[in-house]
Design a protein around this ligand. Sequence first.
Ligand code: ZN
Length: 233
Amino acid sequence: MAIMLASSAPAFGVMRSERISRNVCLTTGGGRFVDVPGFPGERIDRRLLNDLRYLKRKYNIFLTDGYSTDPVHAANGEHPIGLAADIVPNGSVGGTWRDISRLARRFEPVQDQPIAPFRWVGYNGDSGHGRGDHLHLSWDHSATPAGRPARSVYTLRCPGKRRPSGDSDSTGTGTDPGTGDTDPVNRDDGSSGGVSPTGDGGSTGGISAGRLAAPVLRRALAPVVETGGVGLR
Ligand SMILES: [Zn+2]
């Protein structure tokens, strides 16, 4: 079963996305750290790009840090795996802390009870975070070591639908995960030998369709928090 995957899967794999609810999309495979358009010097898992674009438009965010192995961030948090964002207002487009507070409140209406797809929200009440400093967002995901994209990630918007002008996909990755009809053969991310209904994907643990809500809820009970970050200095 693993043999056919060797030639078909590129290093970063093929994405397969599944919309769970209006504001939660589960994507497996396709993780890769990329430059963030509009925020020079910042990198992040490319599966978050649509979310960042949405947040930029709706909440006037400015990204001060994404993928980072800087020790200022929690080692077991999401910056070292490209699934976290440190955010301040984007003053150049009229953004204010009011926008950022609105964003924080929407996804953490009650302290330490983040709303999916977020695993942890760092803002008022969290050391090193808050209005006037920065907002931290961690997207929920399957387990992965620092420096390696997670196999699965939850996002607000499904990735891969970023071509409003109808241009062809210049990255050459091909598959549009938004349609949900990806060739079932090409579902591997190159790290665990394919999707198994028993979830025996080694360190990733796998996520089967029947247990989608469980990882989100379970992780929220024992959150990894961080006390640093990159905000206004
Ligand atoms: Zn952070």
